[in-house]
Design a protein around this ligand. Structure first.
Ligand SMILES: Cc1ncc(COP(=O)(O)O)c(C=O)c1O
Length: 365
């Protein structure tokens, strides 16, 4: 009888919340609600049949990214989104009888890709208020530890970890590959990228899905010491990054103003949104990313159900009791969310207070 590998039988399934439901506002996957630079759209329009008929060379894209990240191309591997970088990292260092340390709650793909290698998953919970549990992570390291995942800023809380703590883990686990997942780097501004190549066990992940608004195009990058990257490079298919992604990359990277304006708007709206949440009496944590984790406690189910009915997608986080993760969109979009929350909590009458502006999406009972 045909049998899959044993480790796959208990593999948690990633249930994508993306479905066919018509949605007014997607705030569940930390995508950009602003979209990508208009220059990228123009660039895509210049693509012709011949371009699409050809396999795209990834190396050219690595040269482009190299200039922006300040790392030589030999330290970089472009990937089909950050997800593929995680997969390659796991397949590079994990196998049965090895251990992977995941700090929970965590981005689901760490567990899925790590477990698919047959490795044992060791979980370490985040500290109080989602602080990085540096001592507990170091205590969890054993001679079998081969991979450690650190998300900075952390998903789903948005909390940040000081570089000094990451260094402590890197030094305490010289036989383990440490992945510093900087998917939300652009909203935070601090990075371990400059240390890549100096410490043999440090790997850094970046994605163009978030601040660059290119989630649908699928492009990310894995950085690490050149000799290790030379080995990891053997695993992806030669054309893992598609023509659209490679064509868009240079244009997306060249429009610095578009990204910095978007990041500035997210930061400003994020602070406004946090204050509103606190005024409504709910707890949220300081976030350094493009989302906020909100503790709705006993009201969570009501909030999720009503928002879904209005076509507003938020991300339920059953792994953080009472909490929902909410992507920070444009100011007007977040005003709609706050208005909806006030309505749900009965702080507004059934009719919203203010007349909506013409382009403003309006939750309505
Ligand atoms: C922490 C983290 N890492 C990696 C990713 C993967 O992003 P992508 O595959 O779109 O590049 C995500 C996406 O949500 C994420 O939240």
């Amino acid at each position: 009888m045909l049998k899959p590998r044993k480790c796959l039988l208990t593999l948690p399934e990633y249930r994508t919340p993306v479905n066919d439901m018509p949605l007014e506002l997607r705030l569940d996957l930390n995508e950009s609600t602003t979209g990508c630079s208009p220059r990228v759209l123009e660039k895509i329009k210049t693509m012709d049949a011949q371009k699409l008929a050809l396999y795209a060379p990834r190396d050219a894209g690595e040269q482009v990214v190299s200039a922006i990240l300040g790392r030589p191309p030999a330290q970089l591997l472009l990937t089909n989104g950050g997800d593929e970088a995680i997969d390659i990292f796991c397949r590079g260092y994990l196998e049965p009888d090895t251990e992977a340390i995941i700090i929970t709650p965590a981005f689901s793909m760490y567990e899925i890709f790590a477990q698919a290698t047959g490795a044992k998953i060791v979980t370490v919970p985040m500290g109080p208020d989602y602080t990085f549990p540096v001592d507990e992570v170091i205590a969890a390291v054993t001679p079998a530890t081969r991979a450690i995942f650190i998300t900075n800023p952390h998903n789903p809380s948005g909390s940040a970890t000081q570089a000094a703590n990451i260094m402590k883990v890197l030094n305490a686990a010289p036989d383990a590959a440490v992945l510093v997942d900087e998917a939300y780097y652009d909203f935070y501004g601090q990075t371990m990228m400059d240390t890549v190549g100096k410490l043999p066990n440090l790997f850094v992940l970046r994605t163009f899905s978030k601040a660059y608004g290119l989630a649908g195009v699928r492009i990310g990058v894995l950085a690490g010491q050149a000799n290790h990257m030379a080995v990891l490079r053997r695993m992806p298919s030669p054309f893992n990054v598609n023509t659209f992604a490679l064509e868009c990359l240079q244009t997306a990277l060249s429009d610095r103003k578009f990204v910095s304006d978007y990041v500035a708007q997210v930061r400003e709206t994020r602070e406004w949104f946090s204050k509103q949440i606190e005024e409504l009496g709910f707890k949220t944590w300081p976030s350094f990313a493009n989302f906020a984790l909100v503790d709705f406690g006993e009201h969570k189910t009501k909030v999720m159900e009503q928002m879904t009915e209005w076509g507003i997608a938020l991300r339920d986080r059953p792994d953080c009791q009472g909490c929902v993760r909410i992507t920070i969109g444009r100011q007007k979009e977040m005003e709609v969310v706050v208005m909806g929350l006030k309505q749900i909590m009965g702080k507004l009458s059934a009719k919203p207070e203010a007349e909506p502006e013409p382009d403003q999406e309006q939750p309505a009972p």
